[in-house]
Design a protein around this ligand. Structure first.
Ligand SMILES: Nc1ncnc2c1ncn2[C@@H]1O[C@H](COP(=O)(O)OP(=O)(O)OP(=O)(O)O)[C@@H](O)[C@H]1O
Ligand SMILES: [Mg+2]
Length: 163
């Protein structure tokens, strides 16, 4: 049986950050490598550092002021020089129907840049991510696994890790 047609070779990276500032510094390198329309998903346990990382990326992209964790509502939207930035957290959703009803589909179809915490809660509904980030807690440190799911994501990670 053959799998879905896919000519993309995933790129995978693994890196350890000893503390929070080190993770945030990576977020600041990642930010300029992102392109409009990309979807970045973030996985990892509660408190793994997903919001901490998105916050660092959003700040580096020019978001000023308080960056809240999107608990309720499930989405925080930012607008920086005509680029829409969507930060979702799907931890509390009851099912993809909620996302459909909320009209979130269009966020993923447009030129905005999307970050999604707890993407596994929307499995089957969410489009394929360009970049998947997974954080693992190691005391005060964090191990980050980064994988690309598209050519755009691959270029983005190459640029970030080779910067
Ligand atoms: N090296 C580190 N990197 C990131 N966060 C760290 C680190 N060390 C300690 N922390 C702390 O861990 C917590 C991470 O919380 P954060 O809200 O970013 O997690 P999260 O993965 O978004 O959780 P949730 O699934 O609840 O949304 C923060 O309180 C942060 O200060
Ligand atoms: Mg969070």
């Amino acid at each position: 049986m053959s799998g879905p047609a896919c000519n993309i070779q995933p790129t995978e990276y693994k890196v350890f950050f000893p503390d929070e500032p080190a993770l945030e510094a990576w977020g600041r390198r990642f930010a300029p490598a992102l392109k409009p329309g990309m979807l970045v998903t973030l996985q990892g346990d509660l408190g793994a550092g997903k919001t901490t990382l998105v916050r660092a990326v959003l700040k580096a992209l020019g978001v000023t002021g308080r960056i809240k964790s999107p608990t309720y509502p499930l989405l925080e939207t930012y607008n920086v020089s005509s680029l829409y930035l969507y930060h979702f957290d799907f931890y509390r959703i009851k099912g993809p129907f909620e996302l459909e009803d909320a009209g979130f589909r269009e966020c993923f179809a447009g030129p905005g840049l999307c970050f999604v915490e707890w993407p596994e809660r929307a499995a089957g509904w969410l489009p394929a991510p360009d970049v998947t980030l997974t954080l693992r807690v190691e005391d005060a440190g964090r191990t980050l696994l980064a994988a690309s799911g598209s050519d755009l994501g691959k270029e983005c990670l190459e640029r970030t890790f080779n910067a």
